[in-house]
Write a protein that binds this ligand. Structure first.
Ligand code: ZN
Length: 141
């Protein structure tokens, strides 16, 4: 069964989530019951949640660094979400560069949107700009 991970925005627990169920209904945190911050199979994570996820995920993690004021980021969001539905062997997350400035600086994210792929907790690929949905799987190959 395909799965993904999401981090609770209330209690910061890492939740393993069944991908199919997440597409049918937004899942809740197994620990506190809070609705998980997921859009389809894309989870919003904070810097803390992201580090937890990188340490624990048994799948590659693909992160979209974005900001609400950024037009291209808003255009890219639906591509990223659509790709996540067909790529259930990776964990898709969104990181808000406005609220997570320190993490973005640590990773050297200069322009947004920027997509970064991590395997075994380490960066393996980085692609700035809007990426067509069909090109997103290539970042993971
Ligand atoms: Zn929780």
């Amino acid at each position: 069964m395909a799965h993904t991970f999401s981090v609770c925005s209330k209690c910061a627990s890492l939740n393993k989530v069944d991908s199919q169920k997440a597409l049918e209904k937004t899942p809740s945190c197994g620990k506190c019951g809070q609705t998980l911050p997921m859009h389809g199979l894309v989870s919003e994570v904070t810097a803390e949640g992201f580090k937890k996820l990188l340490a624990k995920s048994d799948q590659p993690v693909i992160a979209d660094f974005w900001a609400s004021w950024c037009g291209p980021c808003r255009a890219y969001g639906p591509n990223f979400e659509a790709a996540s539905k067909n790529l259930k062997s990776a964990v898709f997350v969104k990181i808000n560069t406005e609220t997570e400035q320190q993490l973005s600086a640590q990773l050297g994210v200069r322009g947004i949107p920027t997509t970064i792929v991590f395997k075994n907790g380490k960066e393996v690929r980085r692609q700035p700009g809007v990426i067509p949905e069909a090109a997103i799987p290539q970042l993971l190959s």
